[in-house]
Design a protein around this ligand. Structure first.
Ligand code: FAD
Ligand code: NAD
Length: 461
């Protein structure tokens, strides 16, 4: 087998790995990236962020055309669903973006190897698959991401699966049970509910969206329930029973829920199978995540890890930031990720967006804070959009006024949050945001009002 030499080899071409590879090449390193899936882009582009957002957008348009345009004085008759076309559009978007990554690799002279990467020694990786090569590289970057977690007692079959299957159901399930009221559960539950499924969401905890601001999570639950999602909280699933074509999701101490599809969305686990970590001696946490220091170095010299495989927020942009910081540190000696300024967005309708600390976290840390809340309802643009549901909440340090967290439930929450992410990155105060001019009429004005509300001086309420 031939031995190919590179400065850095990245294992995994998800958003963490492919972006790290491009940045390494930009910085002048002879860079290679190994991926065993035929398409580049990882979970995010193939079976995650992108296809789910394509279906969220399409299903929202369908729902709006069917039930939402009357308020605007628009009459629409005979609205129908062409599911194969909707799924085909999603697949085309995925194809376009994943092949775009291949173009970026060519443009930046990143060598792509198709196959499974396995670390055989520090500085040495073997590839088996379409390509069969040995690679020597001073730096090895593990970016192998994550896979859907299973659930004890629940066997996957043609009717019980993960988000990957839920992105491609061939027909609209009459009844869909979603196990887990996290991000995937709410996003994919929304898609199929809009397309006509009866959706029941079973959640182990007594709340939805653990980790997000509790008040907004409660508001979101109320809004999504109004849209037709049925939530059963504090429920322990013990198994799924087959009854012909039907499935019965069994619940501890309660009656089973019969349905025709089950989506298991109870989190994701790191992808480290067959990577050679045990043989090389790379440490993992109890939950199987690769452990790294603040510079993404594992305990073995020359081996680094970033993205979902190291844990923390499982978000594409977090993986990207880590990939960039890791290679910049290798080349320049510095690079950083500000975890307080990593946004998180749930693309339901309305969206739920969050950055920095929640009230619960500030209370637990004993940090005194002020809060400013402003609803969407009085905002002119929100009214024009027929999107008056929701609020912006800004949390600022009680003594310094520095913004510590921001949480939004409302239309385009993910887009308007970006201003507050930058504010946190720049160490801005609520007063800084309040004094900035915001276009009128725009949803961003709600942010200005919430910033004014931190000091008790909102103008339109
Ligand atoms: P991955 O994207 O998982 O990429 C890892 C890659 O490594 C994969 O392509 C895999 O095939 C490859 N690989 C693994 N082992 C090997 C090996 N031994 N050899 C070669 N290749 C290997 N995040 C967001 O920020 N926004 C969203 O809207 C969003 N929506 C999501 C929706 C769904 C349904 C799902 C499942 C996830 C979503 N996420 C979203 C999460 C996001 O997809 C992940 O956080 C992100 O993809 C992590 O990037 P990564 O590069 O660490 O890993
Ligand atoms: P999650 O961690 O967001 O939610 C899992 C939910 O399942 C939690 O509410 C948890 O309490 C619940 N749960 C766990 N075990 C259970 C059980 N036995 N019975 C019932 N409920 C149980 O995980 P997810 O929704 O699977 O998403 C996986 C990852 O993908 C997340 O980390 C998320 O950040 C990422 N993702 C992000 C986006 C986005 O950014 N828009 C979209 C989809 C996925």
């Amino acid at each position: 087998m031939s031995v190919n030499k590179h400065d850095v080899v990245v294992i995994g071409a998800g958003p963490g790995g492919y972006v790290a590879a491009i940045r390494a090449a930009q910085l002048g390193l002879n860079t290679a990236c190994i991926e065993y899936e035929p398409a580049l882009g990882g979970t995010c582009l193939r079976v995650g962020c992108i296809p789910s957002k394509a279906l969220l957008e399409a299903s929202e348009r369908y729902h709006e055309a069917k039930d939402g345009l009357g308020d605007f004085g628009i009459k629409v008759e005979n609205v129908g669903l062409d599911l194969p076309k909707m799924l085909g559009r999603k697949d085309e978007i995925v194809e376009g973006l994943t092949s775009g990554v291949a173009l970026l690799f060519n443009k930046n002279k990143v060598t792509r190897y198709s196959g499974r990467g396995r670390i055989t020694a520090p500085g040495r990786v073997s590839v088996t698959g379409t390509d069969n090569v040995e690679i020597e590289a001073s730096h090895i970057l593990i970016a192998t991401g994550s896979k859907a977690a299973g659930l004890r007692g629940v066997e996957f079959d043609d009717r019980v699966g993960t988000s990957t299957e839920a992105l491609s159901y061939g027909e609209v399930p009459k009844k869909l049970v979603v196990i887990g009221a996290g991000v995937i559960g709410l996003e994919m539950g929304s898609v199929w509910s809009r397309l006509g499924s009866q959706v029941v969401v079973l959640e182990y905890l007594d709340r939805i969206l653990p980790g997000m601001d509790l008040q907004l999570a409660k508001d979101a639950q109320r809004v999504l329930a109004k849209q037709g999602l049925e939530f059963r909280l504090g429920v322990k699933v013990t198994g799924v029973r087959k009854e012909g074509d039907r499935r019965v999701v069994e619940i501890e101490g309660g009656e089973g829920v019969e349905c025709d599809k089950v989506l298991v969305a109870v989190g994701r686990t790191p992808n480290t199978d067959g990577l050679g970590l045990e043989e090389v001696g790379v440490h993992k946490s109890e939950r199987g995540f690769v452990t790294v220091d603040e510079h993404f170095r594992t305990n073995v010299a020359g081996i680094y890890a970033i993205g979902d495989v190291i844990g923390g927020a499982m978000l594409a942009h977090k993986a990207e930031e880590e990939g960039i910081a890791c290679v910049e540190t290798i080349v320049n000696g510095y690079g950083h990720v500000n975890y307080d300024a990593i946004p998180a967005v749930v693309y339901t309708h309305p969206e739920i967006a969050s950055v920095g600390k929640t009230e619960e976290q500030l209370k637990e840390a004993g940090i005194a804070y002020k809060k400013g809340i402003f609803p969407f309802k009085p905002n002119g643009r929100a009214r024009a959009l027929n999107a008056t549901e929701g609020k912006v909440k800004i949390l600022a340090d009680a003594a310094t006024d520095r913004i510590l967290g921001a949480h939004i439930l409302g239309a385009h929450a993910g887009d308007i949050l970006a201003e507050l992410v930058v504010a946190i990155e720049f160490g801005a105060s609520a007063e800084d945001v309040a004094r900035s001019s915001h276009a009128h009429p725009s949803l961003a004005e709600i942010i200005k009002e919430a910033a004014l509300a931190v000091d008790g001086r909102a103008l339109h309420m």
